[in-house]
Design a protein around this ligand. Structure first.
Ligand SMILES: [Fe+2]
Length: 271
């Protein structure tokens, strides 16, 4: 089973660059499933429904994983997130209680051509503003409560700031999942790895967005932060037409759920 993963389609440049390459990459890799993360798709903030529908119109995305910006446009995205057939996930380990309702779901089982793939979205609270339940304990709980015996693969998008948490989670879940990838640090890491019990990992997948930017922000607007810690004016998204589209392709053994191969994708170009 082959899974194609793209992470963080960032603002206007990211949307256009992703649309430019998506179909040809899909044709090239011929994946069984496609995972896309649109964390900052709407002007560098969480998605609005209009931009999600633009992605829906590109045929063939099976699930959208997510992140700490999912509720930036809460009122706009709430209904989209809650549709019964929604493809958009939010982190599974938000604190849910009678005092705080969290729309959406944190995992989904995808079924296509006889193949079944479980996708789980989890988030850390280390150096992040969001308060979430311990991601290690939540993963343990999920894998004990979801029947995984009939599945062909399990993929985890772990949204976190530190790199050590990816390795800790990988070693914690080695042999129980197919592939674990990190998101949020916005730099593609060169550490694709298959652990001893057969689970694959990649610390960060990077993004599809403006190449000459500070993650996604225009340097002029944000430079005062680097010089003196203060922000003069507003952070603007970089609109320079040079872009990067990044992701990875993962091959999974359908019988054992083990990771067989990981290939990184990194394309630079100009709109
Ligand atoms: Fe993030």
């Amino acid at each position: 089973m082959k899974v194609l993963i793209f992470w963080d389609i960032y603002g206007r440049v990211g949307r256009n660059a992703f649309k430019k390459h998506f179909l040809s990459l899909k044709e090239k890799y011929n994946p069984d499933f496609v995972l896309v993360n649109p964390e900052n798709i709407s002007s560098g903030r969480g998605p609005i429904e209009k931009h999600m529908k633009e992605l829906d119109a590109l045929w063939g995305i099976d699930v959208y994983t997510s992140w700490n910006h999912i509720f930036d446009n809460y009122d706009d995205i709430k209904n989209y997130l809650e549709k019964p057939d929604s493809k958009l996930l939010r982190p599974a380990n938000y604190y849910e209680s009678e005092h705080l309702y969290i729309p959406g779901k944190g995992y989904k089982i995808l079924e296509k051509n006889g193949l079944k793939l479980l996708v789980i979205n989890i988030m850390s609270s280390v150096f992040m503003r969001d308060e979430v339940y311990n991601p290690f304990l939540k993963m343990d709980e999920l894998l004990k409560t979801i029947d995984t015996s009939w599945l062909n693969g399990i993929i985890i998008d772990f949204h976190r700031e530190t790199t050590s948490e990816i390795y800790a989670m990988g070693m914690f879940l080695d042999g129980k999942i197919s592939f674990l990838y990190g998101t949020h640090t916005h730099i593609q890491t060169n550490d694709e790895l298959i652990l001893p019990q057969g689970s694959g990992l990649l610390t960060d997948v990077w993004m599809s967005g403006p190449l000459y930017s500070i993650i996604w922000a225009d340097f002029e607007g944000i430079k005062s932060r680097f010089f003196g810690g203060i922000l003069k004016g507003k952070i603007e998204q970089a609109l320079d037409p040079n872009y990067v589209v990044s992701g990875c392709v993962v091959e999974i053994d359908e019988k054992t759920k083990k990771c067989l191969h990981i290939e990184k994708i990194r394309i630079k170009g100009k709109l």
